[in-house]
Design a protein. Structure first.
Ligand code: PLP
Length: 389
């Protein structure tokens, strides 16, 4: 039988009608504890992969389980785990696989929070890191030759400079050296890119972004190809307690159902915005992998279904004009985050990436980042044109 397609999985995987009531949508099991039929007699064994049944919602909860089963299906993994935030997912993964003395390679333009976790938290527990341009496989090889790493951490496309890393090539390099390849797939989503199929060992998501898609919930996820690693992660998730709550899991699951159709429209709008910016006299440089002039265009075309909704550009007027521009749009709302149906605008150097100031990961001060929503494309173009004045 033909395997179900992406949109079918997004709507049905992990979301069988409720076994008790037949409810078509997984209910919000807003509950902390569960009645036992005699000591240790747990109910719900087998529901959403819970082997033993349910005893306490930090360990397992049916609404969270439904989301986890859906995410595992969408990324083609053996196991998924849902967290209270993307950072909680990152922390769980790194504390599961790294020990004091281990080394991690991170992208030179990593998300600011990922950099902060390494620099300000994990480093003091003896896990070191080095920023490497992940778009240059040779630089990754040289960094590994200088010092072996436990983990190669890749974002592709990156936030906010949208550089591309070749996942298949980096998976080979990682595995030759005994390292694990982790891909933060937040900026692509499983609809556009499936890192496990390309050779990665683990996928990280801020589900706050495309997967949730409506700017109404913060969450994170890990998806792995190996069920033993999945077990170890589940142990640490339970031990440290960063799991997603039932209502957050339910909102995320509601969002993910429309991921495919939302992404198609996001990508269409983003390409129009990138084309308009590329031709605008006030723009010095546009970063969008869908433009043939983008250095990562070929890699993106090879490993992504389409090019995403994030577009960054450098304002010819410098930092002051970039900051002023962010305050002049009508539909692009000035705010952090991305991935929702509504368009957002921000100044990374002063907002999302302020923690990287003065480091190798500092972003240009004249950079503006756009999260292009699914509003009417003509309205978005007009909004940006009039903000240039
Ligand atoms: C690429 C990327 N990874 C991880 C995170 C962290 O996710 P969260 O904010 O859900 O903790 C973010 C947040 O912006 C992000 O952009």
């Amino acid at each position: 039988m033909r395997a179900d397609g992406f949109e079918t999985l997004a709507i049905h995987a992990g979301q069988e009608p409720d076994p008790v009531t037949g409810a078509v949508v997984p209910p919000i099991y807003q509950v902390s504890t569960y009645k036992q039929d005699g000591v240790g007699g747990l109910r719900g064994a087998g529901l959403h992969g819970s082997v033993e049944g349910y005893d306490y919602s930090r360990s397992a909860n049916p609404t969270r389980g439904a989301l986890e089963d859906c995410l595992a299906a969408l990324e083609g993994g053996a196991r998924a785990l849902a967290f209270a935030s993307g950072m909680a997912a990152e922390d769980c993964l790194l504390r599961t696989v790294c020990r004091p003395g281990d080394h991690v390679l991170i992208p030179v333009d990593a998300y600011g929070g990922t950099y902060r976790l390494h620099d300000k938290v994990l480093r003091s527990w003896g896990v070191s890191y080095a920023p490497v341009p992940m778009s240059e496989p040779q630089s990754v090889r040289s960094a590994l030759a200088a010092r072996p790493a436990r983990v190669i951490w890749v974002e592709t496309p990156t936030n906010p400079l949208l550089s591309l890393a070749d996942i298949g090539a980096l998976a080979d390099i990682a595995h030759e050296s005994g390292a694990m390849l982790v891909v933060d797939n937040t900026f692509a989503s499983p609809y556009l890119q499936q890192p496990l199929a390309l050779g990665a060992d683990a996928v990280v998501h801020s589900t706050t972004k495309y997967i949730g898609g409506h700017s109404d919930v913060v969450g994170g996820a890990l998806v792995v190809r190996d069920s033993d690693l999945g077990e170890r992660l589940a142990f640490v998730q339970n031990a440290t307690g960063g799991a997603a709550g039932p209502f957050d899991a339910w909102l995320t699951l509601r969002g993910v159902k429309t991921l495919g159709v939302r992404m198609d429209r996001h990508c269409q709008n983003a390409l129009r915005v990138a084309d308009m910016l590329a031709a605008h006299p006030s723009v010095a440089q546009v970063f969008y992998p869908g433009l043939a002039s983008h250095p990562g265009h070929e890699v993106a075309a090879k490993q992504m279904r389409s090019f995403g909704k994030m577009v960054s550009f450098r304002h010819r007027g410098g930092e002051a004009e970039a900051v002023a521009f962010c305050g002049r749009t009508r539909l692009f709302t000035l705010g952090e985050s991305l991935g929702g149906v509504e368009s957002l605008i921000e100044h990374p150097a002063r907002m999302t990436h302020a923690s990287a100031t003065g480091s190798a990961l500092e972003v240009p001060a004249d950079l503006v980042r756009l999260s292009v929503g699914i509003e009417t494309g003509d309205d978005l173009l007009e909004d940006l044109r009039s903000a240039f004045g």
